[in-house]
Design a binder for this molecule. Sequence first.
Ligand SMILES: C[S@@+](CC[C@H](N)C(=O)[O-])C[C@H]1O[C@@H](n2cnc3c(N)ncnc32)[C@H](O)[C@@H]1O
Length: 257
Amino acid sequence: MKKIKVLNLYAGIGGNRKLWKNVDVTAVENNQEIANIYKDFFPDDEVIVTDAHQFLLEHFKEFDFIWSSPPCPSHSKFRFMTTKMEHPSQKRPIIYPNMALYQEIILLKHYFKGKWVVENVRSYYDPLIEPQICSRHYFWSNFKIKNIDFKQPIKKHDTASSIKDNFDLSKYKIKHRKDTLLRNCVLPELGLHIFNSAYKETEQKLLSVSPTSQTSPNGDFSNEKEHNISLKESSEEDSQISSNDETSLNNNIIRNG
Ligand SMILES: C[S@@+](CC[C@H](N)C(=O)[O-])C[C@H]1O[C@@H](n2cnc3c(N)ncnc32)[C@H](O)[C@@H]1O
């Protein structure tokens, strides 16, 4: 089976990517130290150390699926609150929200023919383009995402500990704070849920062609609880997907068939 060609932008150490299978991944991360750790965890992925925003513009046509996690601090409720702190040591300067986030959404929505998702935190302002919400994140995408609560801890410290089991950073001597690297990760289970959501439609079509087939486009739905949602339910959800998706869906069926 042909692997799905994935672009994983602002890759970090690969929280969202951890559980994806049968994929051919190009990861882009601009920090060499973080990119080295990513490469250790995912030796088969191609890791490129460069600006993800520019890379997207120049290469988006080369991929089947694009995930982007642009930096979130300038949008986050947490940082917004710190701009209002009284104490000078806690107070942070006011900055512009980084519009790379919306630039990428608009570009992907209007030019990209594959499946795509842009992930970010819930913002302190009303989002300029309506996102879907899943767990504690905003997602903009061209496929339907069911909101599952992955019980992500609210406290930052607890988030880092919950992801620690997936990424053992003990051997690394690095400048970066390890808890920050862990905290920046999307939960692997959530990353898998989103990825599988993109291909649920394709799976349905394949099943309708071959009712006995148990194989999904990424080859491994069997371990994922989301896959157990009835096909009827997902078919109702999927009917809301735009006609633009029909083209990429058909492409994926051909590619994976
Ligand atoms: C929130 S983290 C991504 C987490 C990742 N999605 C995961 O689930 O593990 C954002 C990452 O983007 C990187 N980054 C920030 N600006 C970047 C840029 N312009 N180009 C590439 N990477 C960038 C940061 O170093 C950081 O590792």
